[in-house]
Design a protein around this ligand. Structure first.
Ligand SMILES: Nc1nc2c(ncn2[C@@H]2O[C@H](COP(=O)(O)OP(=O)(O)O)[C@@H](O)[C@H]2O)c(=O)[nH]1
Ligand SMILES: [Mg+2]
Length: 392
């Protein structure tokens, strides 16, 4: 599946940069175009792969290239004010060649948190292609302002996009690591999971013969209907004589072929379970998921229809969904069989409930403060009445 990716803010830009690197490394060709938008000049300069012409600095008249701090209201304002400049970069995208837009942003900061929902709304008004979000939730240790930003931005972002895929930094935090090296690993994880998912829809007719290849319409249909999505992943190393580093098996008897088939099927079903029950990009209860897509990637001889069908059935039972799709993504020279499970329209997510409560609480506080100040104002006016002559 071919995407136009727009990284908004620092996290967004870095992750899109990583997607470009992944594309070059694996030849998956999922990034048709990449744009980075930021209010901080230094962040844009820190990118490696996003073409210079596709780096858009917004809010120059307001913040002089220094960023908005963690002020996501200011982030939203400057995105609105400079939407034409962002559109200028998007005008260079051959939109007829892309299947969807993907806006990537950290939800806890200022620029991406405020700007990503504004851009989503804008793109949806102009284009008919789906607009997806990839939202990164902050770690719990980042502090209250980040959580509050995320709580507010998340609500708007999920409403504006066709589907919001989520990665929760808090669930992936590793202790004893510097933040930067921690992010480097986390970003690898993000790109691997989404790379396999979107790469699955990019296998052409002349690629490896596969039993049931996933195409991009299956990804789009799984995401259609909106809501929040999470992704599971599991992989196992396999022997692959087809790859350069694999061992050549000299002889394969028919008995061995049969155990091979059984092994292949068992490996696939166990990888599907591991992917769905292991750590998801956004941890949640998988029961009650509205739609799901299962992708098995790896060398064609290690993929089979029976395993995928079993895995698909198992996912139907676990999620209670009647809309579970599945297929394979043959990668001839891979040393791994990997299972990616996209759970779309998840409903039972503790982290999201927590964020919603925080947003409501914050709103109540704001209302209270406003009421108080209105009362104070009335008192002032009443007091004034006694002392001042009416103006007219
Ligand atoms: N996964 C990941 N998250 C990041 C990275 N950098 C920042 N974040 C997260 O994104 C949030 C927003 O930070 P940042 O992108 O710098 O804000 P912005 O530039 O104002 O949009 C932070 O609160 C972190 O949770 C990164 O490289 N990877
Ligand atoms: Mg930053």
């Amino acid at each position: 599946m071919k995407l136009a990716m727009i990284g908004f803010g620092q996290a967004g830009g870095k992750i899109v940069d990583k997607f470009l690197e992944y594309d070059q490394r694996t030849g998956s060709e999922i990034v048709r175009s990449a744009v980075a938008v930021n209010s901080a000049k230094a962040d844009l300069m820190g990118l490696d792969k996003v073409p210079q012409d596709n780096r858009v600095l917004i809010g120059q008249s307001r913040v002089k290239g220094h960023g908005v701090g963690a002020d996501n209201e200011l982030g939203a304002e400057i995105a609105e004010e400079d939407i034409d400049e962002i559109q200028g970069a998007i005008d260079n995208i051959p939109v007829h060649e892309v299947d969807a837009f993907l806006i990537v942003a950290g939800m806890g900061g200022g620029t991406g948190s405020g700007g990503a929902p504004v851009l989503a709304k804008h793109l949806k008004r102009i284009y008919t292609e789906p607009v997806y979000g990839l939202g990164i939730l902050p770690g719990g240790d980042e502090g209250g302002i980040y959580t509050l930003n995320a709580a507010r931005s998340f609500q708007t972002f999920v409403r504006e996009v066709d589907n919001l895929m989520v990665f929760d930094n808090d669930a992936w935090r590793q202790s004893g690591e510097s933040i930067e090296s921690g992010y480097a690993e986390i970003n690898e994880e993000i790109v691997r999971r989404f790379g396999i998912l979107f790469g699955a829809g990019e296998v052409g007719g002349d690629d490896e013969v596969a039993e049931s290849v996933v195409d991009s319409s299956e990804i789009i249909n799984t995401l259609a209907g909106g809501g929040i999505s999470t992704i599971g992943y599991a992989a196992e190393e396999v022997e692959n004589p087809g790859s350069s580093s694999g061992l050549l098996s000299r002889f394969t008897g028919s008995d061995e072929e049969q155990t091979d088939t059984a092994n292949t099927t068992n490996r696939i079903t166990s990888l599907v379970r591991k992917a769905a029950l292991g750590r998801l990009t956004l941890p949640c209860e998988i029961e009650g998921t509205e739609r799901a897509l299962l992708v098995l990637s790896g060398p064609p001889r290690h993929l089979n229809r029976k395993g995928i069908e079993r895995g698909r059935k198992w996912l139907e039972e676990q999620t209670g969904s009647m809309e579970v799709r599945g297929g394979d993504y043959p990668v001839g020279d891979s040393q791994y069989v990997a299972s990616v499970v996209l759970l779309s329209g998840v409903n039972n997510v503790p982290r999201i409930k927590e964020l919603q409560e925080i947003a409501i609480e914050a709103q109540d506080n704001i209302d209270e403060i406003q009421e108080e100040s209105e009362e104070n104002l009335e008192e002032l006016v009443e007091d004034d009445d006694d002392e001042l002559e009416p103006l007219f």
